[in-house]
Design a protein around this ligand. Structure first.
Ligand code: IVH
Length: 701
């Protein structure tokens, strides 16, 4: 039987996967593993009737776009009380002993990733949900299935039929370094730390991307009703036997001295671990004692986190550079005596802005403490005043641009100084061109930072539009280029004329108009001409556009030089109009909609696009012509009242989606049966409980 072979292959692959990824002791070669996987994939492709979301073949992910439903946690995901002081930690433990007497404590590492709750039913992974706000999280199951250390089917047979297990999704340093190197090469913004990278990856739309990012998952806590365990250690030992990755770096402690020793050991030893940690969690082992201790409003009284202090190093400031970015913003950067900090040599640290420098009273040749916070570039936290040279003088912040000499300005509400000479200041000109050619903008390959500088030095480009006048014979003779590269560059510049409008808009580099805002603007205004004519008020109508962004757009289009560049780009033939929306069906033919409020799963413009794609029309205001009002959160009460009066059907986002999926025939309630807006919102958050069950929030063990 084919089904038997498929089942056997799935079991075998899952077993070898566990040996390789969880136990680090593979029993077969990669080659043999791949051969088994290929056989399984072939059989599954030939027999789609045997599809199973928990087959090991899903670990490669898919390019289908994920939707993250918000689901309710059956048991809330609480956080932990934390402290940086051993003294406070000792007090916490004394309080426990005062309440329940002597208790066995377990010390574990505090993993620095993003929390996850995995639900297993009949031994199979059913669902993976992020912590969210502790009561509701995002359903990220498709992405978590690609993480090799998450078992899809449990081993053994003594697992509870239904339980949750919680832990941390981590990005090991090796995966993090590789990811950031790739992003740097592609000109994408870097992740500041492995925690952000893990959380960002988990929210990726494509699970195929997640599969490639090398996430890991360590579990540290079970949750369920009437779980058959008396202690934490026993529960984790069982979880290990079922195939979960459980940390070995734990210790049983009975007093402060033993706890302190564990903390001191790992504060140092953690630097050699392949994944990030930020502290130690101390937990009562015995579940009966845990029940007696209970919870405060936010956290359990039977566990606490001790957080490691960020590592600091003391070094000297030799000089200060002032860097000018693409937008003209000036950032002071300190050049330091090289010093080792958290595994890397630090030579430079950011000083942020003039205010920050004054606050710290930074002076040349000061000895300063540097710290690696969440950011990529280390920062200076304090001056060691006892080492300050006697003749040191306060620093005066620069008043002119270090690149072009123009007097610097400060805009209201901004901490940074700016060089206002946008069209004449070298790093601003180069920065704008480099931004324009980025992959997410015009994606002009073959042109890197160095080549852009070369073109600028040779007087071939002064702004983004000049790129479109370049000719191969101008490029080929330049150093490091030659015929082949010149040809590639010209071809890729030519190709960029087809890049969709939203990316062209992003490429213009308007202040505060990032990739997402550019998309919203393109969806809303549909063409550059309409956008350029829009008033401040009209600009604010687009999704996610507020006054700050609206003003930046107005300012951009008020600048003569920008208008000249735009005219030049238009002449070159770039896309200044959004692509035609394809009509996917005529389900909404002849129907008029009004969209109002905020929605959980779509932006307003996305809903409008869906309506048009299905033949419907969007109207701006509620009137007798309107058939449906799609009501989101925070909708104005006047609009609602008017719609009720006119007997317009009022539907939620979910109902709208259902209408699309099921067709108009199942259109929901008319005015008389409809629900108040608060309820509309509630109904969008369908809880994750199984049908017919209520969700007990108390019995954790
Ligand atoms: S136990 C009731 N154990 O730290 C809370 N949490 O600040 C039970 N974390 O949200 C959590 N390592 O994401 C626990 N060994 C560990 C942990 C750990 C990291 C995270 C977890 C939690 C946060 C609390």
């Amino acid at each position: 039987m084919i089904k038997d072979e498929i089942d056997a292959l799935r079991k075998e692959l899952e077993y070898h996967n566990y040996k390789y990824y969880v136990e680090n002791s593979p029993e077969i070669s990669d080659f043999d593993f791949d051969a088994l996987m290929r056989r399984l994939q072939d059989l599954e492709a030939a027999h789609p009737e045997f599809y199973d979301p928990n087959s090991p073949s899903v670990r490669v992910g898919s390019d289908l776009s994920n939707e993250f439903k918000t689901v309710e946690h059956r048991f809330p995901m609480r956080s932990l009380g934390n402290t940086y002081s051993l003294e406070e930690l000792h007090e916490f433990i004394e309080r426990i002993e005062r309440e329940v007497g002597e208790a066995t404590l377990v010390c574990e590492l505090k993993f620095d990733g993003t929390a996850i709750s995995l639900t297993y039913e009949h031994g199979c992974l059913l669902r993976a949900v992020t912590r969210g706000d502790g009561t509701h999280g995002d359903d990220v199951t498709a992405n978590v299935r690609t993480i090799r250390t998450v078992p899809l089917q449990l081993q053994g047979d003594d697992w509870p039929d239904y339980f949750e297990i919680r832990g941390e999704i981590l990005m090991p340093y090796a995966s993090f370094d590789r990811l950031n190197a790739e992003r740097e090469a592609a000109g994408d913004p870097l992740f500041a730390n492995p925690r952000n990278a893990a959380a960002g990856t988990l929210k990726q739309q494509s699970s195929a991307v997640v599969a490639k990012r090398g996430l890991d998952c360590t579990l540290y806590q079970l949750a369920g009703e009437n779980l058959p365990f008396e202690t934490h250690r026993e529960s984790l030992q069982k979880a290990r036997e079922w195939g979960f990755k459980i940390s070995d770096h734990t210790a049983v402690c009975h007093n402060n001295a033993e706890i302190d020793a564990f903390i001191n050991h790992w504060d140092e030893a953690r630097h050699a671990l392949p994944f990030p940690t930020d502290g130690v969690v101390i937990k009562v082992d015995d579940f009966a004692l845990r029940r007696r201790l209970g919870f405060t409003a936010k956290a359990p009284k039977w566990a606490v986190a001790y957080k490691f202090k960020a590592e600091q190093a003391l070094t000297r400031i030799n000089s200060i550079d002032y860097q000018v970015g693409r937008t003209g913003a000036v950032t002071p950067v300190a050049n330091l005596d090289p010093v080792l900090l958290a595994g890397t040599t630090v030579r430079r640290a950011t000083l942020h802005n003039a205010e920050q420098m004054a606050l710290l009273d930074i002076r040349l040749h000061d000895m300063v403490y540097v710290e690696k916070g969440g950011e990529i570039i280390p920062k200076i936290t304090e001056v060691e005043l006892s080492e300050r040279p006697a003749d040191s003088k306060p620093l005066e912040y620069i008043t002119r641009c270090p690149e072009c000499g123009t007097p610097l300005v400060r805009y209201e509400g901004e901490a940074k100084h700016y060089c206002p000479n946008q069209s004449g200041c070298r790093p601003q000109i180069l920065g704008r061109i480099i931004h324009f050619i980025r992959r997410k903008a015009l994606d002009i390959d073959g042109l890197g930072e160095e080549t852009v500088e070369l073109l600028y030095e040779n007087g071939l480009v002064k702004d983004i539009a000049d790129l479109y006048d370049l000719r191969q014979e101008q490029l080929a003779p330049l150093p490091r280029l030659g015929e082949k590269s010149a040809e590639n560059i010209i071809r890729s510049i030519e190709k960029s004329k087809k890049v969709p409008f939203r990316r062209v808009l992003f490429g213009l580099g308007i202040r505060f108009v990032g990739e997402t805002t550019a998309k919203y603007l393109s969806d809303h205004f549909r063409s550059l001409d309409t956008l350029m004519k829009a008033s401040r008020e009209e600009l604010c109508q687009a999704d996610e556009v507020g006054e700050k962004i609206a003003d930046a757009i107005l300012e951009y289009f008020a600048d003569e030089n920008n208008l000249r560049i735009i005219a030049h780009l238009r002449e070159a033939g770039l896309q200044f109009e959004a692509e035609e929306r394809k009509q996917s069906s005529s389900a909404f033919e002849g129907l008029n909609f009004v969209i109002s409020g905020k929605f959980a799963n779509h932006s307003r413009d996305e809903l409008k696009a869906l309506i048009e794609a299905h033949g419907g029309k969007n109207l701006a205001a509620v009137s007798g012509n309107v058939d449906y009002l799609v009501a989101g959160d925070n909708m104005g009460p006047a609009k609602l009242k008017k719609a009720e009066k006119l007997n317009i059907r009022i539907i939620s986002e979910d109902e709208f989606t259902r209408m699309l999926e099921e067709g108009i025939s199942k259109a929901p309630a008319t005015h008389s049966e409809k629900v108040a807006p608060e309820e509309v919102q509630l109904r969008e958050n369908v809880p994750a409980t199984r049908a017919g069950e209520n969700s007990p929030q108390t019995s954790l063990f």
